[in-house]
Design a protein around this ligand. Structure first.
Ligand SMILES: O=P(O)(O)OC[C@H](O)CO
Length: 523
């Protein structure tokens, strides 16, 4: 099953996979590759001798006696490192997937389709003209205030493309400056929030009445041509490191464990890197995906669990149940409190299917439409502590209850802080560890169209879930020693975290929504 999912993922990233497999002789002339003009002409070089990773080294190489293939990493702490993002930090120089993400996430699928149709033309034109067309298609008419893709969706995709070798140089700099031919609003969030870059120099976008016009500001200081700009830049540099496309293909991805700041939250529907081929596959998949989602939803809604599980597996929805031998924690007495980490809105359905009986799930920000269509009973919480405690105590007396103590979904392998209430409403709980995988669309969001979350999840070619029932936990004590509800909540979080290999955090729903949506997530 997972091999199949891996295959689909690999297909979606086909271009990247093939690039990584290609080997080019490092000494071949191809190692110095012109990747098109950059647009950054102003460099606030406060340190007298910055260290530069240029994107277009060929011209400078011949005119500059200090160019070299690999930087000497000693003493960089006292210097400024200036790095070209596409050319010397990311493993591929193509900016198309990032513009496609802006088009799809901020503009919608029609805008993404337009960008895809223009891809052949963009590929034929020069770098600068291509960027201008992509900026026009992606940004025209978007409201500046509403543009959150740069902070919410793009960082994940940029981070996945960061080359360990390039990052090693950047990281060592006393002061880090990054230049990019992409608009600043696209790269700033990723560079400043996640890579600790102090100065970001990208393209500025023209505005009219708070809306992007799709045009870019003229260069702040124009030298006339990129090569000349780099000449000027290099004359201020103590050392120059040249990076070619062929060399970058051999770079290793920066492991997520080495991100200066962990990527816990991200938003957006697209779960794959949308290069042209993958995006084309997605558009071709849409009609089938929609029909499949409809069929899967009908099965969930209309059939008993005993039939539903095998039929859904036939329809490509794979799931795996892990439980102990005696199955005691699943048998229950009909009024059992289950708690789980929160992956998607379908958590409750999968747990019900695993139990073979309906349970009631508490919710907070689920849309009314999702509630209407839910095959299991859902009960809204208020975030008023006393009221919610009373409501949950009553519910657990009436029957099996599922609570997600994180209060919101998390896509990455992290657990948000657990609510203490789960340790106060019942003498015992059954923790359930959940893991889920999607390859095309994320089934969670922080935006206004939350009611589409289940649809997107169901539109994935092979959505997967793993449900693991853990041993029952008495909420009054840990290891025979009495404990507070706060300690118990942390204990339960740690138990599930250990089982899944997820990292426990003290982050909350509010942190997530402030970062991704600019609000506190209250509705
Ligand atoms: O939409 P989220 O990710 O904030 O979480 C929805 C939860 O089910 C809250 O009840």
């Amino acid at each position: 099953m997972y091999r199949l999912v891996g295959f689909v993922r690999a297909c979606l990233r086909g271009l990247d996979v093939s690039c990584r497999c290609r080997r080019t002789d490092a000494s071949s002339p191809e190692r110095v590759v012109a990747t098109g003009p950059t647009s950054v002409f102003l460099l606030p070089l406060e340190h007298p001798w910055p260290f530069v990773l240029p994107r277009r080294p060929s011209a400078c190489h011949t005119n500059h006696g200090r160019s070299q293939r690999h930087p000497s990493l000693e003493d960089l702490a006292s210097q400024t490192v200036v790095c070209d993002v596409e050319g010397a930090l990311l493993r591929t120089s193509s900016t198309f997937p990032y513009f496609m993400l802006v088009a799809l996430e901020a503009g919608g699928f029609l805008r993404g389709l337009l960008l895809l149709l223009l891809h052949p033309l963009i590929s034929c034109l020069g770098h600068e003209v291509g960027i201008r067309i992509m900026v026009m298609v992606c940004f025209f008419g978007l409201r500046k205030e509403d543009f959150r893709v740069g902070r919410a969706a793009l960082p994940k995709f940029f981070l996945e493309q960061v080359g360990l070798e390039g990052f090693e140089v950047l990281r060592r700099g006393g002061r880090r400056v990054c230049v990019s031919s992409m608009p600043t609003v696209m790269v700033e969030g990723f560079l400043k929030e996640y890579l600790d870059v102090e100065v970001v120099l990208g393209r500025e976008l023209k505005l009219l009445g708070g809306y992007y016009t799709g045009l870019m500001e003229d260069r702040v200081i124009g030298f006339g041509h990129v090569d000349l700009a780099h000449h000027q830049l290099f004359t201020h540099c103590k050392e120059v490191c040249l990076v070619g496309e062929a060399e970058k293909r051999r770079w290793h991805p920066l492991p997520s464990s080495q991100y200066p700041k962990p990527l816990v939250f991200h938003d957006g529907r697209i779960a794959f890197t949308p290069d042209a081929i993958s995006t084309l596959c997605m558009f071709l998949w849409f009609p089938l995906g929609f029909a499949l989602a409809f069929a899967r939803a009908l099965v969930f809604l209309c059939l008993p669990y005993a039939l539903c599980v095998p039929l859904l597996a036939f329809l490509g929805m794979h799931s795996r149940l892990i439980t102990s031998d005696d199955k005691e924690e699943r048998r229950g007495d009909g009024s059992q409190l289950y708690i789980c980490n929160h992956r998607t809105l379908l958590d409750g359905l999968y747990i019900s299917a695993a139990l073979g009986r309906h349970l009631t799930a508490t919710t907070y920000s689920v849309s009314r439409i999702s509630e209407w269509f839910s095959p299991i009973r859902t009960v809204r919480l208020t975030r008023n502590r006393e009221e919610d405690a009373a409501r949950m105590k009553k519910l657990v007396q009436e029957g099996d209850l599922l609570v997600c103590p994180e209060g919101t979904t998390c896509r990455e392998p992290y657990l948000l802080r657990f609510s203490q209430l789960v340790a106060e409403i019942s003498r015992e709980v059954v923790p359930v560890a959940l893991e889920s995988w999607v390859s095309m669309f994320y089934g969670t969001s922080t935006g206004k169209l939350k009611f589409l979350d289940p649809l997107y999840f169901l539109m994935n070619p092979f959505p997967c879930y793993e449900v693991e029932f853990m041993a029952r936990v008495a909420t009054g004590a840990i290891g025979g020693k009495e404990c507070s509800s706060y300690e118990m909540a942390n204990h339960l979080q740690a138990e599930i975290g250990t089982r899944l290999g997820f990292q426990c955090t003290s982050l909350t729903r509010k942190d997530k929504y402030l970062l991704l949506a600019g609000n506190e997530g209250t509705i």
